[in-house]
Design a protein around this ligand. Sequence first.
Ligand code: SF4
Ligand code: SF4
Length: 169
Amino acid sequence: MPLIDKQALLRYVLPTYGEQEQERVAAAAQMPERAGRPEPWGVLYASPNPDQSRKACANCIMWIPTGECDIHAPGVQVAGYAVCGYHVFGQPLPARVPRKDIQYVEPEYSGLMTIPGGTNCARCRWFNEADPMMLDRGLCLAVDDPSGAPAPVEAGGCCARWQSSETGR
Ligand code: SF4
Ligand code: SF4
């Protein structure tokens, strides 16, 4: 299915814009609809946690065990079994680090989600076990290698494009 319904865009959205905006949107609507799949660096792919645990806030260096995250604003609730696209494996912080002029990450853009049990490629809907003999590896159907083929990924790895293999969300 195309990402943009051009007819709906032209019929309903365009008339609400000014003349300059209308020209820009009309030009964009003529562009090809797909940009291709990203490579692993474009989705912040991370190798498996060294201790083989799944990715979760409780094993991220930005987590504060009071239930917050050092790169999300104070007051944003971050459970130990949540995770976001900025995960970095390591020891959580003992307390929020005092900083000046920090621009906090916004939860709607960091991908912050509550995922009991944590995330990894093996729990992602895009993970494909290409070779049943290679249990710790597979091919990703959402991320390409530089040749344009599905990228090889590790079952314990993860990226910002993770989607649940159970719910598809
Ligand atoms: S919200 Fe993201 S950056 Fe913050 S502790 Fe969780 S995984 Fe780490
Ligand atoms: S299988 Fe899922 S989590 Fe792993 S690299 Fe692909 S999209 Fe990302």
